[in-house]
Write a protein that binds this ligand. Structure first.
Ligand SMILES: Nc1nc2c(c(=O)[nH]1)N[C@H]1C(S)=C(S)[C@@H](COP(=O)(O)OP(=O)(O)OC[C@H]3O[C@@H](n4cnc5c(=O)[nH]c(N)nc54)[C@H](O)[C@@H]3O)O[C@H]1N2
Ligand SMILES: Nc1nc2c(c(=O)[nH]1)N[C@H]1C(S)=C(S)[C@@H](COP(=O)(O)OP(=O)(O)OC[C@H]3O[C@@H](n4cnc5c(=O)[nH]c(N)nc54)[C@H](O)[C@@H]3O)O[C@H]1N2
Ligand code: SF4
Ligand SMILES: [Mo]
Length: 693
């Protein structure tokens, strides 16, 4: 059936959740057309959003279930009944043989709120397992942990993006916004047009850094020292906002003492950022009447990511740049539902509404909504990498929905081997991803334009994606998949396939929690350009700006955390003398499962590369385009050299969007942050070799 009218919705990819309109085409598909009424992007889209309908084509997507044939070992087409039964049997058998924790679940921050909620509920009730986590652990978990520690609540941005152009100074730490959220670059260019200052902290002179008043290029993994060095200067130069510190915070004395051991000269030695630039940054930040620090994956994806974000928060608190209009710390969350996906229970330690699984009151509340005994709910499980590492050992079967860890997990060759060692693997995906290709059963699901559901953007704004066209006959929604599996495993009720019904239950489950959605309805979202949580009741206006009166801690004060610098888990040495860092390019998304299937995007970003400085290239003996081997203690990857003076000579950069020989994650170090359990994607030690012949 053909959709007849234009449908207003949001992009399937990143956390900016740009508004777009979908217009039916003659062949039964949709085109993206401009939607100017959504304030966040005002019609602007990046190439990924513009080309998203290409992935709806049956030529690149899954159109029916696949079940692995025992005789041939190949994935063969199967009916839905057979496929769902095979999954239910696989999960049940493992549970019977190894207990409920023998079955694992892995989710994704791209799943809608409804799916994330249903998946967490499915794991805890139907499977009874504690072994659930998701790819958001690899994304913003360090910022989330630091947020909670300092402010008592974790919402990526405590203010809407529209506040950015009106602040006095922004320190943007390890975000390449110009490539990772292109329409949001406008907020930074408007900031500068208004006379505000922009400081970018990135070991590379990125397209984003090109816009900065001041670019600091620290050695990867040294942001903690950098932030402490700036705090040291703020104290030494008498720029602490003593009044704010006394009235709105606790713990300053210890945090101050910890920072004071980070002398500018020492910080220069650790970070490679010259003292005069440190002084200039501190002065720019303190001279402006208001200011913000925004972090993204650069400082967060480190084995000390939580403390690093904590240090940037300390800088904001000491200078009174928090809990006030046009000031504050924020994290630029990444995935389409990176914010909502971390609130509703697919995280190992969590129940809906950002409740804690080990809190008896939280268990009682959610168990009552679910109609079960609180004691029947399992306890907290393992973090994402620890779960992947346990596959084939004590976790023997896995249901995976919305992630492609064969490409995106750290130490990926090991993770791939763990996935292969499972007794049973089921993957729900829209395409045959590298991970789905390893599965015993592949369940093909509908895509963003074919289903309705909510996402929560990086601003904490709950948005509605609407169904714009009818999916192919052979695919089902993730909610239908969970509904079907729950039924086969004895749960006839409790797993509705209708998204609005799931959302209404989510609202009740979240009521009274930190991420309170109780007052948000599909109708309201549609009328109001989205609603910012917390929104406890239908009469509540929603909360675009947090913390203006008090922080979400028990005493209402923000907590300083005393932190000191420490080295990366893996330092360079004679054998591995170069630092590898990893990240993104504008035309590919994440593991590339979706965007590598779009011709226009592949033309723009055809494959992996190793970005390195001319001096390093000369030392290694490679010229532009030559294959270069990057070797770490985990493995070896090969990709063409891309030579640029915009990167530190001691550092190489690889994007992580591709599988195979150029897979960056073959190299990365799974060393985990002790609090957030974030792997160290942004720092490991490597050596380079020419790979000719
Ligand atoms: N095109 C595109 N856009 C995306 C995505 C995508 O895959 N492709 N993914 C989305 C998701 S899920 C996310 S999480 C966001 C990520 O968005 P970003 O965080 O902007 O992306 P990254 O490229 O991972 O890292 C940003 C920058 O960190 C720098 N960096 C590396 N090491 C360090 C370090 O030690 N310190 C500092 N300060 N900087 C460092 C890198 O050079 C890089 O320029 O993007 C979202 N948007
Ligand atoms: N080296 C390195 N590695 C990294 C990072 C880095 O900076 N460097 N960044 C990390 C970060 S921040 C992230 S977020 C992860 C992301 O890495 P992944 O978790 O692999 O993310 P995606 O590639 O988006 O994978 C999503 C998968 O789910 C499918 N999918 C999309 N929508 C749906 C849906 O609605 N339902 C279902 N069932 N499937 C769906 C897609 O087709 C795709 O196969 O990578 C991490 N890995
Ligand atoms: S910036 Fe993000 S949300 Fe906007 S069009 Fe691009 S991928 Fe989609
Ligand atoms: Mo992410």
């Amino acid at each position: 059936m053909l959709a007849t009218a234009i449908t207003s919705t949001h992009c399937p990819y990143c956390a900016l959740q740009c508004g777009m309109n979908l217009r039916p085409t003659e062949d039964g598909g949709v085109d993206v057309v401009e939607r100017t009424d959504f304030p966040v992007n005002r019609g602007a889209l990046c190439g990924k959003g513009r080309t998203a309908p290409a992935v709806l084509s049956p030529s690149v997507r899954l159109t029916g279930p696949l079940v692995r044939d025992r005789a041939t070992g190949r994935l063969e087409p199967a009916g839905w009944e057979e496929a769902l039964r095979a999954v239910a049997d696989g999960l049940r058998r493992t549970r019977e043989a190894h207990g409920p924790d023998g079955v694992g679940v892995f989710g994704g921050g791209g799943l809608t709120n409804e799916k994330a909620y249903a998946l967490g509920k499915f794991a805890r009730l139907v499977l009874g397992t504690s072994q659930i986590d998701y790819n958001g652990r690899f994304c913003m978990s360090s910022a989330a942990a630091a947020h909670t520690r300092a402010f008592g609540l974790d919402r990526g941005l405590p203010f809407p993006l529209e506040d950015i152009p009106r602040t006095g100074c922004v320190i943007l730490v390890g975000s390449n916004l110009a490539e990772t959220m292109p329409p949001a670059l406008r907020y930074l260019t408007e900031l500068r047009e208004n006379g505000g200052k922009l400081i970018v902290v990135d070991p590379r002179r990125t397209r984003t850094a090109e816009h900065a008043d001041l670019h600091l290029a620290p050695r990867p993994g040294t942001d903690l020292a950098l932030a402490l060095g700036l705090l040291h200067l703020v104290v030494a130069e008498g720029r602490v906002d003593e009044e704010f510190v006394a009235a709105r915070t606790s713990g300053w004395a210890d945090a101050r003492a910890a920072a004071m051991s980070h002398w500018p000269a020492l910080v220069e030695r650790v970070t490679g950022v010259p003292v005069p630039l440190l002084r200039e940054a501190a002065a720019l930040f303190c001279d402006a009447p208001t200011g913000m620090v925004l972090t993204a994956r650069g400082p967060e994806q480190q084995s000390k990511g939580t403390d690093t974000v904590g240090a940037w928060i300390n800088l904001c608190l000491a200078t009174g740049r928090a809990g006030r209009p046009l000031s504050g710390y924020g994290c630029l969350t990444g995935q389409g539902n990176g914010q909502g996906g971390r609130e509703h229970g697919q995280k190992a330690d969590q129940l809906p509404g950002y409740r804690k699984l080990d809190d008896p009151a939280a268990r009682a509340h959610v168990a009552a909504v679910w109609g079960v005994d609180p004691d029947s709910l399992p306890g907290p499980g393992r973090s994402a990498y620890e779960l992947l590492d346990a596959l084939g050992r004590d976790v023997r079967a896995l249901l995976l929905m919305g992630s492609n860890p064969v490409v995106s997990a750290p130490r990926a060759a090991h993770v791939e081997e763990r996935l292969r060692s499972l007794d049973f693997l089921a993957v729900a995906d829209v395409v045959l991803s590298e991970t789905a290709a390893l599965a015993d059963v592949v369940l093909p699901v509908t895509q963003w334009a074919e289903e309705t559901g909510t996402t929560t953007s990086l601003e904490g704004r709950v948005l509605l994606r609407r169904r714009a066209l009818t999916p192919p006959a052979g695919v089902r929604t993730d909610l239908e998949v969970l509904h079907g599996l729950a039924g086969l495993l004895g749960w006839e009720k409790g797993f509705p396939a209708d998204p609005e019904e799931v959302f209404d239950e989510l609202r009740r489950a979240s009521a009274g929690g930190l991420a309170d959605y109780a007052g948000i309805s599909y109708r309201r979202i549609a009328q109001e350009d989205g609603v910012f949580w917390p929104c406890p009741d239908a009469g509540h206006p929603g909360t675009p700006r947090l913390f203006l009166d008090r922080f979400a801690t028990e005493d209402g004060r923000a907590r300083f955390v005393p932190v000191t610098h420490r080295a990366a888990a893996e330092e360079t040495d004679a054998e591995y003398p170069v630092v590898l860092t990893t990240g993104r390019v504008v035309s590919q998304y994440q593991s590339g499962a979706q965007t590598r299937r779009v011709a226009e995007l592949n033309a723009a970003a055809p494959g992996p590369f190793v970005e390195l400085h001319p001096r390093l290239a000369e030392r290694v003996g490679v010229a532009e385009g030559d294959p270069v081997a990057v070797v770490s203690r985990r493995g070896r990857a090969v990709a063409p050299a891309r030579i640029t003076a915009g990167i530190r000579p001691d550092t190489v950069f690889m994007p992580f969007h591709w599988p195979g020989e150029g897979r960056a994650n073959t190299l990365t170090n799974p060393a985990l942050d002790p609090t957030s359990r974030m792997p160290e994607f942004k720092v490991c030690a490597v050596r380079l070799e020419p790979a000719r012949g």
